[in-house]
Design a binder for this molecule. Structure first.
Ligand code: SAH
Ligand code: SF4
Ligand code: F3S
Length: 471
């Protein structure tokens, strides 16, 4: 049994990261024969993409996917630690699974992986209170799923294998992509920023950039398979290449990915701290790099930003924001904001509102601060009362929503390029995303699905647009 350890997880070694190839043995390929699996994913795009790998690995073992956990022989939860409610959702699901295992299907196999598996407290709890959970593995050894699962099936004992320190980069893990037109591509794993509120540097380990050649090869394969769009993923994509012993940065990578001929490139997330002028120029210059930047600010108060360890001020953020706006034609910028960080006073919150009034974001993900075990911010004394946090969130949402609508209204009458993804559930219509990542609904023929077409915006809503196809 290998367990997570936060002291080890916090360490950043200078050891060189090697590249290993994914391998499984032939004897494992039938362990799932006749069995169905259900995979539930919580959290960010990185977890969603990991789930695309987990699904492909399970299918290599002959498991077949079902969309109802009640019909499954194996349920795997790919979990998220970022806020308390992500935790609660996963434990709520475990409660439902326990009921099924006790009352309906004692042979049900239950596994837990992802970021929660990297948390000491969670794994302790599973060992002591959730003995019926069959196996647990962490984010650093996801590629070991076939072996861990095989042991869980063979041995009548809980299997726990969580590494506290990241290992090497594993290439060649199979992938079953959810979308046939747009694909996630990992470019950098882990995070070394250690923002004081955040658990990710503990659950995802040291910053490790994938080899540019492997990334380019993956994108070239996607182009030849007919994909139209890639999103380059990392907790902090601007740090790409900083761990190499040669000079190759995010700017170089974006240019090289651009040359593959993929029609649309998005990337996320960008930390304001490492956002260089050169990067802005590359986004502006390359036609297939989309004019969309997710630039989390977290707070508009320089005092709170300092306590958060974000390494920029309100003023320097605004300077960067304005520069991006000015140099990238028709750019849309979105953000993340946390309210109720320990010590946040009304005055600090007013600074956040003031910043939002300046930036008028196209989209914003707003969160109530949630203390995460053993992070520096969770240990600060003056935690903000729950009702104050709630009230600030509502006031903030009212302001951000106003600007989503205002920005969308400016698009009415304009023609925008849209990657058509499918038919919308509610109405007999098509939907897709614009080049600035806005959802748009419009009437059209099914044979447009998978194509990039021009759509004229006819109506603006807060979270979406309506349009008509330009023939
Ligand atoms: N790497 C990205 C963010 C990843 S987490 C970045 O630095 O921008 C996504 C968002 O969750 C963060 O931007 C932050 O707004 C929010 N978040 C992270 N930790 C949180 C916490 N403890 N409580 C509330 N929100 C949090
Ligand atoms: Fe968390 Fe900060 Fe890293 Fe983003 S940059 S993942 S918020 S520590
Ligand atoms: Fe959650 Fe882990 Fe992503 S904590 S937000 S799933 S990196």
């Amino acid at each position: 049994m290998e367990l997570p350890d936060y002291i080890k997880a916090r360490k950043r070694s200078k050891e060189k990261v090697e590249i290993e190839n994914y391998e499984i043995t032939d004897d494992l390929k039938e362990i799932g024969k006749g069995k169905k699996y259900f995979l539930k994913t919580y959290g960010c795009q990185m977890n969603e993409h990991d789930s695309e790998n987990l699904k492909a690995m399970l299918e290599e073992l002959s498991f077949v996917e079902v969309d109802d956990y009640k019909k499954a022989d194996l349920v795997l939860l790919n979990t998220c630690s970022i806020r308390e409610n992500a935790h609660n959702k996963a434990f709520g699901m475990l409660g439902r699974l326990k009921h099924i295992k006790e009352k309906e299907n004692p042979n049900l196999i239950v596994g837990l992986c992802g970021c929660m598996a990297q948390e000491e407290g969670v794994v302790d709890h599973i060992i002591n209170k959730y003995k019926w959970v069959n196996f647990v593995f962490g984010t650093h050894n996801m590629h070991r799923l076939p072996f861990i699962l095989s042991d869980a099936l063979k041995k009548n004992k809980q299997q726990i294998e969580v590494l506290s320190r990241e290992g090497n980069i594993i290439e060649g893990i199979p992938v079953k992509r959810d979308n046939p037109y747009k694909a996630y591509v990992n470019i950098i794993y882990g995070c070394d920023k250690f923002c004081t509120y955040c658990i990710v540097p503990y659950t995802r380990g040291k910053q490790r950039s994938r080899n540019p050649k492997d990334i380019i090869r993956e994108v070239e394969k996607l182009v030849s398979d007919g994909y139209k769009e890639v999103t380059l993923l990392g907790q902090n994509v601007n740090a790409y290449g900083k761990d190499f012993d040669y000079q190759y940065t995010m700017e170089n990578l974006l240019e090289d990915v651009s040359k593959t001929g993929i029609e649309r490139i998005f990337f996320m997330t960008s930390h304001p701290w490492d956002f260089t002028d050169g990067l802005i120029d590359v986004i502006a210059k390359c036609d297939n790099v989309m004019p969309y930047v997710h630039l989390p600010v977290q707070s508009g108060s320089s005092r709170i930003l300092k306590l958060m360890g974000r390494r920029y001020t309100k003023e320097s953020y605004i300077e960067l924001f304005d520069k991006i706006r000015e140099r990238i034609p028709n750019v849309c910028i979105s953000t993340d904001i946390i309210v109720g960080f320990p010590g946040e006073e009304e005055e600090d919150f007013q600074d956040t509102l003031d910043l939002v009034e300046h930036c008028k974001y196209d989209n914003a993900f707003t969160f109530i601060y949630s203390p995460r075990e053993k992070t520096p911010a969770a240990m600060l004394k003056d935690q903000v009362p729950e009702e104050v946090k709630e009230e600030r969130l509502q006031r903030l949402n009212a302001v951000v929503n106003k600007y989503f609508l205002e920005n969308n209204k400016k698009l009415v009458g304009k023609i925008v390029p849209v990657l058509v993804e499918g038919t919308s559930e509610k109405k007999n219509e098509l939907f897709g995303y614009t080049n600035t990542n806005k959802l748009i609904n419009f009437a059209g023929r099914d044979d447009l699905i998978g194509k990039i077409i021009n759509v004229r915006v006819t109506e603006a809503k807060t979270w979406s647009l309506d349009g008509e196809v330009v023939e």
